[in-house]
Design a protein. Structure first.
Length: 188
């Protein structure tokens, strides 16, 4: 198995894209009269849950990585790695479902009705390509659970991939909300 390098976007949306976004500002979303009845709240809740799952996966791998090699090989920690692997598989399934729906339904419809935001959707779609590649790599690592305990190199790779995933989700989902939530509030 080869570890691919992913080009993660660390910066927020460029200013020329931000200038085209609809209002209201993020700090006003929850007070908007349509917040509770639009898809905005559901999108943010789903994003929070996916970010939490990614944070937990990364944190669990951090814990295992910090254990001594002998401790990682105990039966209890092998069971822990099995649990972490199951959590990782669920996370990947949830992420594929979430962004697959966005790619097939949400982005095309919103792009069609809001052409001024096309450059923003281009950025989000590029993020999804990077996310797909990263998820494929993580899936390959998950095939080695719980035997990662005996291979520190593979464990380190899995840990770096989990850190990349967490960073990508935070940047991408915040930008996605900046583009989509105001549309939901104003038009749905």
């Amino acid at each position: 198995m080869t570890h691919k390098t992913h080009t993660l976007r660390h910066h927020p949306l460029p200013e020329d894209i931000r200038e085209r976004l609809y209002g209201p500002a993020r700090e006003q979303w929850r007070d908007h009269p349509h917040y509770l009845i639009s898809n905005a709240r559901a999108l943010q809740r789903n994003h929070r849950n996916l970010k939490r799952q990614a944070r937990q996966y990364h944190g669990a791998l951090t814990h295992v990585l910090e254990l001594g090699e002998a401790d990682r090989k105990t039966e209890a920690n092998r069971r822990l790695l099995t649990t972490i692997g199951n959590h990782g598989h669920n996370l990947l399934k949830n992420l594929h479902s979430h962004h697959g729906f966005e790619d097939s339904s949400v982005f095309p419809v919103l792009r069609q009705h809001h052409p001024r935001l096309a450059a923003g959707f281009d950025v989000l779609e590029q993020d999804h390509l990077v996310l797909d590649a990263l998820l494929d790599d993580i899936d390959q690592q998950l095939n080695h659970f719980p035997t990662l305990a005996t291979d520190p190199r593979k464990l380190d790779i899995a840990h770096r991939q989990a850190a990349d995933l967490e960073a990508l989700l935070h940047r991408h989902m915040d930008d996605e909300e900046d583009i989509i939530v105001p549309i939901y509030l104003l038009y749905m």
